[in-house]
Design a protein around this ligand. Sequence first.
Ligand code: 5GP
Length: 124
Amino acid sequence: MAHDYDDQNIFAKILRGEIPNSTVLETEHSLAFRDIAPQAPDHVLVIPKGSYVTYDHFATTASDAEIVDYTRAVGKVCEMLGLTPGDGYRLIANTGRNGVQDVPHLHVHILAGRRLGRMLPPQG
Ligand code: 5GP
């Protein structure tokens, strides 16, 4: 399936500087910033600067330099938040309709600072 990128999504606007953000880390190919509606004491989103919709889109088409930069950025944010080693955290990449992805620009959520409960609620 093709990954059509909508350049009007909110994270594209953040990357263009059209919307402010609370930056935690900026690297050549990646940006990490605090989620506007945090679900844990630490809730940081890490996005690539390139136009990628999902993790698999990024993983299959991004350059090696982008992938290394992004992976290292996630690690660096964990370090900056004191999570390595620490009490742990959760890394989430909601993807597509079934994954309930609201913003169609790849982002991983780093959630930490409280016990997060089971990964998924029981099926109802
Ligand atoms: P998704 O459901 O796509 O995995 O998560 C999107 C996340 O983006 C949500 O946690 C939401 O709170 C966050 N978000 C949406 N709009 C903004 C915004 O304008 N700024 C920031 N910092 N986060 C946003």
